[in-house]
Design a protein around this ligand. Sequence first.
Ligand code: 8YV
Length: 321
Amino acid sequence: LDKNTNVLITGPMLPHVMDQLDHAFTAHRPWEAADRDAFIRDIGPSIRGIATGGGHTQIDGAFLDRLPNLEIVANFGVGYDNIDAAEAARRGVMVTHTPDVLSDEVADLTIGLLLATLRQIPQADRYLRAGKWTERPFALSPTLRNRKIGIMGLGRIGKAIANRLVPFGVEISYFGRTRKADVDFRFYSDLVAMAAAVDVLVVVTPGGVETTHLVNAEVLAALGPEGVLINVARGSVVDEQSLIRALADKTILGAGLDVYEHEPEVPAELIAMEHVVLLPHIGSASAETRRAMGQLVVDNLITWFSGKGPLTPVRETPWPR
Ligand code: 8YV
């Protein structure tokens, strides 16, 4: 490893990540510069690696233009819709992400969000704290019992969610581009057909242009008046305006959301609704899992600049090439 290797950190990351990057490389922090754009323009040609995360910077062709000697972008997060990976691939730039280390954590949170939404756990907590229990019991809630769950995207996290749901005794199906050979849950190649057949739709598919607004008014209508939408994927997958309308018109029963179209902005209409549970994108956000994700960002950069290749490349930039 050459300590003179210049690495760009696009925004604040966990201390143990930045400390290790400082130790192994010469790490640059553009957010500390008076003029961030001028700073990146000046050091751009020297940069060989990037550490980034979902909330920082869109790494697109225009951004890559300023970094002609870039070799690798290491993303903090399994989802990398913040990076134009196809464009990086065309330029021979490696892209890595943080799969596996967060799958169980996100799946746990998804089960929690599902139960919280159906049994109205946050609402019940608010009810008690508001002193209303002494007046009358909390109103009876919907249930997970006898529900049919449709999982949109049976990847690593989707499978971890499905496996957790098996012992709940609910019927499970999934929608995706291809049937998975290694599971015997029911497969749908048509999202509307699955939405019509289930009464919980769990969205856990990657974001990006290919999945933008796949959950639209038609899908929500098919989900029906007993239907519940759970989204732990990306806000972009769901047409938020159609969702707000479906919730307002009660053409679906409720929703549990961890992600939104314009984070950290959450539409006031959603915040005003009692039949939705809203989380601030915390799927992977335990201290332990975030530490593991951060370590994988560091380790991808270290193995890369040690000449050993990446640890967890994305699909668009396979290794070996
Ligand atoms: C990230 C996530 O931490 O992994 C993902 O895809 O959504 C989160 O775990 C988030 O993108 C912040 O960088």
